[in-house]
Design a protein around this ligand. Structure first.
Ligand SMILES: Nc1ncnc2c1ncn2[C@@H]1O[C@H](COP(=O)(O)OP(=O)(O)OP(=O)(O)O)[C@@H](O)[C@H]1O
Length: 235
C-alpha cells in the first residue's frame, strides 16, 4: 500500500499577543497514513488534535515540518508550503473536512448546499440532486427541511447536514474533526455506516473522536495526542 499522507516533524505555535504568551500546540508530530486506511486520534481537550487537522487542511500554517500529500492532480505536494490556489483546488476536489460546526451560507437551502458540493466538482445538476437526496435521506434529515435554510436548524440537524455535504463528495482524504460530538446514538450509527461505505470505496481518513467505542471496528489504528505529541495507543 502506498502512503497518502506523511507528516514529518510538525511544529505549530500560537502567539497570544495580548498575553505575551506562546503556546506550542504541536511538538514534532510525525504520522504516516496509508491509502485506504483510517487513523483515529484521541486525547484530552487542548492537546492539539484539531490543530493537526487544520494544518493538513491549510487553515493553519505550521512553523516547522512537512505535510506530504500524494495528490491526484499535483503528485507529492507539501501542504505546509502549498499555495492558496493549490489548497483551494485540493479542498474542492480531493480533501474533505468535517467539523462540529456548519458553515452555512445565507439563502442557500439545505439540499442546495449538498448539491453545490457536487456541482463544484463538475457533476451534472440532475446527478447532484439525486445524490443529495440519497444522502439527506440516509441521515434522516426531515424532507420538510430540505427546502429550508440551515441557519434555523437544530444543532444535530446542522451537524448531520455538514457531514452529508462533506461525505457526498467522496473525497480522497477525509478529515473528521469530532463530527459525532453532539449526535445521538442513532445518528452516530449513521455516520459510522457512511464511514464504512466511504472506506470501502477507497476514501482515506484521519479522524478525531472522543468516543472510543465509536472508533472500535472502524479505525485501523488509534493514536493518542498528549501535550502536542502523538503516540501509539497502549493496551
Ligand atoms: N487559533 C488559535 N489561537 C490560539 N491558540 C490556539 C488556536 N487554536 C488552538 N489553540 C491552542 O492550541 C492548543 C491545542 O488546541 P486544539 O484545538 O488543537 O486542541 P484539541 O485537542 O483539538 O482540543 P478539543 O478536544 O477541546 O477540541 C490549545 O491550547 C488551544 O488553546
Amino acid at each position: 500500500m502506498s502512503i497518502l499522507l506523511e507528516i514529518k516533524n510538525l511544529v505549530k505555535d500560537f502567539n497570544i499577543y495580548q498575553l505575551h504568551k506562546e503556546i506550542r500546540a504541536l511538538k514534532n508530530v510525525d504520522l504516516k497514513l496509508e491509502e485506504g486506511k483510517f487513523i483515529g486520534i484521541t486525547g484530552r481537550s487542548g492537546s492539539g488534535k484539531s490543530t493537526i487537522l487544520k494544518c493538513i487542511y491549510g487553515t493553519y500554517l505550521p512553523q516547522q515540518g512537512e505535510i506530504f500529500y500524494d495528490s491526484n492532480k499535483f503528485g507529492k505536494i507539501n501542504l505546509a508550503k502549498a499555495s492558496k490556489r493549490e489548497i483551494i483546488y485540493l479542498r474542492q476536489y480531493e480533501i474533505g473536512y468535517v467539523s462540529q460546526f456548519l458553515k452555512s451560507m445565507p439563502r442557500v437551502k439545505a439540499s442546495e448546499l449538498v448539491e453545490e458540493a457536487l456541482i463544484e466538482m463538475g457533476s451534472e445538476k440532475s446527478y447532484a440532486k439525486e445524490e443529495a437526496m440519497k444522502i439527506l435521506s440516509h441521515f434522516e434529515i426531515d424532507k420538510a427541511l430540505w427546502d429550508s435554510y440551515p441557519n434555523t436548524f437544530s444543532g444535530g440537524e446542522k451537524l448531520r447536514l455538514n457531514i452529508a455535504r462533506a461525505m457526498v463528495k467522496k473525497p480522497r482524504l477525509l478529515l473528521l474533526d469530532e463530527p459525532t460530538a453532539s449526535l445521538d446514538q442513532g445518528s452516530k450509527e449513521k455516520v459510522k455506516e457512511l464511514i464504512i461505505q466511504l472506506k470501502a470505496q477507497g476514501t482515506t481518513m484521519l479522524g478525531i473522536f472522543h468516543d472510543l467505542d465509536f472508533m472500535k471496528g472502524v479505525c485501523d489504528q488509534e493514536l493518542q495526542m498528549k501535550d502536542g505529541m502523538l503516540s501509539t495507543m497502549k493496551g
